[in-house]
Design a protein around this ligand. Structure first.
Ligand code: NAD
Length: 296
């Protein structure tokens, strides 16, 4: 049976490290601050934002939250972003996605000062990562995936990594980080001809499609490491449950190591957001995370 990769434990180690650095900054009179902007009433977004704010405050940082009605004009949102850009007391800015349909996500993302763009979605940050640079802000989930992989595979160089799903938020940045590690990376998506055949060649399989049960046991090469990014809510006879994109009970019999859902990538995403906010307050990009003691 596969080893479980404990995202909660790894996240706790990283949060401890961030909290320590926050104390050092506070001694110099700086409290890292994250502005979180939520537009509209999307229930999942409300939960994500609440969790992020709690996590920010738990490590001693300050959060400033803005909740705007769904009909907020784009110009008004851009004005808020602009005022946060110039506010020296704000180190990080996060505009929760998705935005209402009348607002152009790219325009808003690119309005955030790159150095405060803790999500790493600004075109300058995405561009840096695209050319192999890690001195910008790097998307949190991708950083979290790499950190979990490194925990079980200290040297990723030369390994065959297959990514299922290539959104700008998860799949693409993760592919780029694994390329930086020396992996041979294959990116697959909805139009790929035979995703299962690609998956079967993977030493590392990262799944971020948003499709419950997509990856079956027979898609997994024996001994592979599987990172399941998916978060899907499925209704069952005994209530709703959160599951990943991987058929866990099958995969656990084939893989060498696997992340559970929940308790895998999710907690790492939040911990990496804290890391990015810390880096923003220190005036630098995400960079390489320090190697921490194993969470066990
Ligand atoms: P998205 O919808 O933007 O992108 C999905 C990608 O998967 C696309 O590239 C699409 O082509 C591909 N895809 C969809 N179905 C596929 C299929 N059947 N075969 C092959 N490729 C397929 O989604 P996203 O924002 O990248 O999120 C993906 C999943 O990850 C969602 O379940 C989301 O909730 C979850 N997520 C989790 C975290 C976390 O912290 N754990 C963070 C972000 C997103």
């Amino acid at each position: 049976r596969a080893t479980l990769i404990d995202g909660r434990a790894e996240a706790a180690v990283l949060k401890g490290l961030v909290a320590h650095e926050v104390t050092r900054l506070q001694a110099r009179g700086i409290t890292p601050s994250l502005a979180v902007v939520l537009v509209g009433e999307d229930p999942a977004s409300h939960i994500y934002v609440r969790n992020k704010i709690r996590a920010v405050e738990a490590v001693g940082m300050r959060s400033i939250s803005y909740r705007l009605p769904a009909h907020t004009p784009q110009a008004e949102l851009l004005e808020l972003v602009s005022s946060l850009n110039t506010d020296a007391a704000v180190h990080g800015i996060l505009v929760q996605l998705p935005l209402p349909a009348h607002i152009d996500r790219d325009v808003v993302t690119d309005a955030i000062t790159p150095a405060k763009d803790v999500d790493g979605f600004h075109i300058d940050n995405a561009g840096k990562l695209a050319v192999g640079r890690e001195d910008g802000m790097i998307p949190c989930t991708a950083v979290g995936c790499r950190l979990l992989l490194r925990r079980v595979l200290p040297d990723l160089a030369g390994l065959h990594a297959v990514i299922i799903g290539c959104s700008n938020i998860v799949g693409r940045p993760t592919a780029r980080l694994l390329l930086n590690e020396g992996c041979t990376v294959v990116m697959t998506h909805l139009q790929s001809r035979d995703v299962a055949a690609e998956a079967r060649r993977a030493d590392i399989l990262v799944v971020a499609a948003g499709h419950a049960g997509l990856v079956r046991g027979d898609w997994i090469k024996p001994g592979a490491v599987v990172i399941d990014v998916g978060i899907n809510r499925v209704e069952q006879h005994d209530g709703a449950r959160i599951v990943g994109d991987v058929e866990f009970d099958e995969a656990v019999l084939k893989a060498a190591a696997i992340t559970p859902v929940p308790g895998g990538v999710g907690p790492m995403t939040i911990a990496c957001l804290l890391w990015n906010t810390l880096c923003a307050a220190q005036g630098r990009g995400t960079g390489q995370l320090p190697r921490t003691e194993s969470a066990g």
